[in-house]
Design a protein around this ligand. Structure first.
Ligand SMILES: NC(=O)C1=CN([C@@H]2O[C@H](COP(=O)(O)OP(=O)(O)OC[C@H]3O[C@@H](n4cnc5c(N)ncnc54)[C@H](OP(=O)(O)O)[C@@H]3O)[C@@H](O)[C@H]2O)C=CC1
Ligand SMILES: O=C(CO)COP(=O)(O)O
Length: 319
């Protein structure tokens, strides 16, 4: 059976799609949320307007969990460690598929690394790539990357998680897959700033292209294959979230660029991740000027014109 931990927009959308293959269990950390989903047949809090199929069951505990189960971890990045530590006993030997995108602020680690650290005997994997929860929930066609270092387990997960609308590609490069998803959110905030400040489509294309160079530079320095970054989990998701107002990271950037307030209850993974990436780049001695500028914009230490001056006045170099 598949258990999805995290009843946010993404976990709920994955549960809806996977329920076409068989029964799915959807876990939420808040028992009142579980009760509301049972009562209304919808997740009004995080994915309103989507009827939840009857073969999705809801729970706030994992009492009936079997170690044969596959678990999708669809909680926000900065909450992943706490969720795993709270359920270490039951999850210790499961197949654990991280579905979150980001880098932990306190450690600079990605989701697969955190799963490995806490649940040593589990099989860790990550499901990532360009996919808005609302699109998946509507049954629109979507392609994702499943990364698992254990090739056999990766093949089994690829089969189990493919649905008529969800096409899954596989790789064993978990480092590349998790970094692609983390780093593209930082660039999506930057693209939003560019458009919010009316700097133009050409500037956004420049940011995406040079941002992709930064993403690849860091990922390769940390052991990723450059091909992974060029795939769905990197380039694919960068394109999606730098160009669509469905992206919360992009919308957050739009408000920064317009000097407008942004609803703090909305999950914006790129905000904490920008800081984590900036710190890691400094520790590794990597040049990541766009990430530095975006981090300064998010913290309020830089205004848009200062960030632009900083980027445009850098010494001229080869592409
Ligand atoms: N939405 C999307 O289109 C996509 C999202 N993702 C990724 O999925 C991950 C989750 O995002 P998403 O579902 O969109 O986020 P949402 O903001 O929709 O939901 C977050 C969920 O996490 C829950 N939560 C908050 N704190 C905790 C905690 N301490 N323990 C357990 N659960 C907690 C929230 O509960 P509560 O409501 O009670 O606060 C809520 O159910 C992110 O890393 C995101 O990047 C990936 C691809 C697409
Ligand atoms: O990662 C996503 C799409 O692939 C979702 O993006 P946001 O978190 O910016 O909404």
């Amino acid at each position: 059976m598949i258990t999805v931990m995290g009843a946010g927009a993404f976990g709920t959308a994955l549960a809806v799609s996977l329920s076409r293959n068989g029964p799915v269990r959807l876990w939420a950390h808040d028992a009142r949320h579980v009760e509301a989903m049972q009562r209304t047949g919808q997740n009004e809090r995080r994915l309103p307007g989507v009827p939840l199929p009857t073969n999705i069951t809801f729970c706030a505990g994992l009492e009936t969990f079997s170690s044969e189960d596959t678990v999708l971890l669809a909680v926000p990045m900065q909450r992943l460690r706490g969720v795993l530590e709270g359920h270490r006993g039951v999850l210790s030997q499961a197949r654990l598929v991280a579905c979150c995108k980001g880098m932990e602020l306190s450690t600079g680690k990605g989701p697969v690394q955190i799963v490995q650290e806490i649940c040593h005997a589990a099989t860790p994997a990550i499901l990532t790539g360009p996919s808005f929860a609302a699109d998946i929930a509507k049954g629109l066609p979507t392609a994702l990357t499943l990364a698992c270092a254990d090739v056999r387990a990766g093949e089994a997960l690829q089969q189990a998680l493919t649905t008529p609308n969800l096409r899954i590609y596989r790789t064993s490069d978990t480092i590349g897959a998790e970094l692609g998803g983390a780093l593209k959110n930082v660039m999506a905030i930057g693209a939003g700033v560019v458009m919010g400040a009316a700097l133009g489509d050409s500037a956004r294309a420049a940011l995406m292209t040079r941002g992709f160079a930064e993403m690849t530079r860091m990922a390769v320095a940390l052991g990723a294959e450059p091909e992974t970054l060029a795939g769905l989990s990197g380039f694919g998701d960068l394109v999606l979230t730098c160009t669509s107002e469905q992206s919360r990271n992009y919308r957050f950037g739009l408000s920064l660029g317009r000097n407008e307030a942004f609803d703090p209850s909305v999950t914006v993974e790129g905000a904490a991740t920008a800081r984590a990436v900036h710190e890691k780049a400094q520790a590794l001695g990597l040049e990541m000027p766009i990430t530095t500028a975006i981090t300064g914009l998010i913290s309020g230490e830089l205004q848009v014109d200062q960030a632009m001056d900083m980027l445009l006045s850098r010494p001229l170099k080869e592409e």
